[in-house]
Design a protein around this ligand. Sequence first.
Ligand SMILES: [Zn+2]
Ligand SMILES: [Zn+2]
Ligand SMILES: [Zn+2]
Length: 171
Amino acid sequence: MKKKDKFEVEKAIFQEHIQAAGLRKTGQRDLILEIFLSTEEHLSSEDLYSLVHQKDPSVGNTTVYRTLKLLTEAGLAREVRFGDNKTYYEHHYNHDHHDHMICTECGRVIEFFSAEIEARQDEMAGKFGFKPTHHSLRMWGVCSDCQEMAVETTTAPSGAQPRVRVKTAFR
Ligand SMILES: [Zn+2]
Ligand SMILES: [Zn+2]
Ligand SMILES: [Zn+2]
């Protein structure tokens, strides 16, 4: 597939959603979609805004926020939360289900998938006659890099609440 047509299907889905919502196609929304699709990060609206702003300073953060909402409605993006009171967005269309581990020291987010865990969750739901529609399994802890670093630094006082500051690699 040619690079130019890489996001053709996603763009068509978005276009259809925009029309159904009675909105018109704008260059700004197309740019936001393009930048969102070309990063594999978990992005907050502010993160995406700063990326878009580098390409086109005339795009406002409200436009970015609203476009992310449209992308979510269209099934191209999905919202994820990592416990820092922010909403992050990741690709949804054509992306397999996965769960997350979040490092409370550096904010690194690790994606993982375990068929065994998935099966156990369904089994547990079945025991309660519960019909799950979706789920998000999140584990908070300390990544291997931060554990290595902690060997040299003093440990936090016990009882301290772990703070979550999600960091994205492009920063
Ligand atoms: Zn899962
Ligand atoms: Zn870490
Ligand atoms: Zn993810």
